[in-house]
Design a protein around this ligand. Structure first.
Ligand code: UD1
Ligand code: CA
Length: 465
């Protein structure tokens, strides 16, 4: 952890142009809130402190990022970006070192770009280093005004003269400051500008007046500085992030047949020689092994999947662990708590939940296995149901090794089926079955000779009347 770096993330604004009840920084791209992406950037730089400044719907933002272990600071009234940074001073707790300022709505920055910003800042012993970009259309951004001795100030679009508006070097809103020096400058700000706000950008002119060194580093790829203000930009950022993620997997040996329709969240890991078809979604903290094949329409959320697993079209898997060499689907639904040991076949229209299934066991068609433990080499016939729920409580089904379950069997849990036993098709099993037994639990068949013929005659006679 870099003891010398702290990051403050401005995230108090409402984001009016999103036209949303949800605060802007909680809108998601690539499966994570905008603010989480920015937090991730700060983490990659090993910032010792990460301080989001929140205000609009602060409680919702805090709750959504609760697990991230951040030092939230409240800006109750949004009086401007300068005021927002001021709100973070106490939380920095006398920190001296590099203070990185990020915006909660700028999620595409690469940490490598910020490494360059840090290097530039140190090399020049700067007091402030601004990350800038050259924009073909700079409308809306603050402009970097340079003089004979470097950067003099930043002027906001709304306060700029027509000549200043010609400048195409813009302020990305990302800076490095020396802490605690910057807080001295902030005290000198006023809000005598068009928007009546305390502009963080004004610290540049203040620093220069005090004879401090202000530097600017222009970003190579302006795309990284893209801020999200509306839902069009939100989708654009999503596409760019997805491209980045997909390219990284491709370069690491994963085949994506159609990257444009492949949706992989940032925290997903995939082994090499895995083949991914179009329309696949890999979400959350999913891990996929090598040599797997994932066919169209598969959705995997928070799963650990071993090597050479074949996920067939339309299958949905959540919070499950899949051992090597399993074949799943098409149209299988593996719900939380499913654990497959390996070499399992889970076929079409099979649903599992809290089901721990031993090696080589299979359920090939039309089955529900919930709250169950299955041993090795168990064969579950078509249409088998573990009846696990009486409307109040859930009950366990245990099926030991080498059991053969005939089609259309119901297990009325709790029930234990001993190893090597055989369940006759069509059985409703309400009690335990000992090892190596045959269990038949169905009504004995009765044939009534000639009944159908007599019935036909009766109907014909009725029709004649
Ligand atoms: C700001 C910069 C501008 C720069 C642009 C880059 C200022 C005055 N201007 O303008 O030079 O080109 O970003 O995108 O800084 N926020 C708070 N509290 C506030 C006000 C804002 O937390 O009181 C947060 C917002 O939620 C947002 C960020 O600060 O995440 C930027 O604020 P915004 O109002 O969008 O500033 P811009 O007008 O875009
Ligand atoms: Ca903005």
């Amino acid at each position: 952890m870099s003891k010398n770096l702290a990051a403050v993330i401005l995230a108090a604004g409402q984001g009016t142009r999103m036209k949303s009840d949800l605060p802007k920084v909680l809108h998601q791209v690539a499966g994570k809130p905008l603010l989480s992406h920015v937090v991730q950037i700060a983490r990659e730089l090993e910032a010792a402190l990460i301080i989001p400044v929140i205000g609009h719907a602060a409680d919702r933002v805090r709750d959504a990022l609760e697990s991230e272990n951040l030092t939230f600071v409240l800006q109750a009234e949004q009086l401007g970006t300068g005021h927002a940074l001021q709100c973070a001073e106490a939380a920095l707790n006398g920190f001296t070192g590099d203070l990185l300022l990020l915006c909660g709505d700028v999620p595409l920055l690469r940490s490598s770009t910020l490494q360059k910003l840090l290097a530039h800042h140190h090399l020049n012993s700067a007091c402030i280093t601004i990350l800038t970009a050259q924009m073909i259309n700079p409308t809306g951004y603050g402009r970097i005004i340079r003089g004979p001795n470097g950067v003099e100030r930043i002027v906001e679009e709304k306060d700029a003269s027509s000549t200043e508006r010609q400048v195409d070097e813009i302020n990305t809103g990302i800076y490095l400051f020396r802490a605690p020096e910057v807080f001295g400058f902030l005290q000198q700000l006023d809000n005598s500008n068009v928007q009546g706000e305390y502009y963080l950008t004004d610290v540049v002119a203040v620093a220069r007046q005090e004879g401090k060194r202000v530097e600017a580093l222009m970003i190579e790829n302006a795309e990284e500085a893209m801020g999200i203000n509306d839902r069009v930009q939100l989708a654009q950022a999503g596409t760019l992030l997805r491209q980045r993620i997909n390219e990284a997997h491709q370069r690491a040996g994963v085949t994506l047949i159609d990257p444009d329709t492949t949706y992989i969240d940032p925290d997903v890991a995939i082994g090499c020689d895995t083949l991914i078809h179009p329309g696949v979604h890999l979400r959350g903290k999913t891990t996929i092994g090598s040599g797997c094949e994932i066919e169209p329409g598969v959705i995997v959320t928070d799963c650990i999947i071993s090597d050479r697993v074949h996920l067939k079209p339309g299958s949905v898997l959540s919070e499950s662990r899949i051992g090597a060499d399993c074949a799943i689907g098409p149209m299988a639904h593996l719900r939380p708590g499913t654990v497959l040991a390996g070499n399992n076949k889970i076929g079409n229209f099979v649903e599992t939940k809290k089901a721990v299934i031993g090696e080589k066991s299979q359920a090939s068609h039309l089955t529900y296995i919930g709250d169950a433990v299955l041993g090795k080499n168990v064969n579950i016939g078509c249409g088998t149901i573990t009846c696990n729920y009486d409307g109040v409580n859930k009950y366990q089904t245990t099926i030991e090794d080498d059991v053969f379950v005939g089609s259309d069997t119901q297990f009325i849990a709790p029930v234990t089926i001993g190893r090597g036993s055989l369940i006759a098709a069509g059985s409703t099993i309400t009690g335990d079955v000992p090892a190596d037994a045959l269990a038949i639990a169905r009504v004995e068949q009765k044939n009534i000779e000639g009944w159908a013929e007599r019935n036909r005659q009766k109907r014909q006679n009725q029709d004649k009347k």
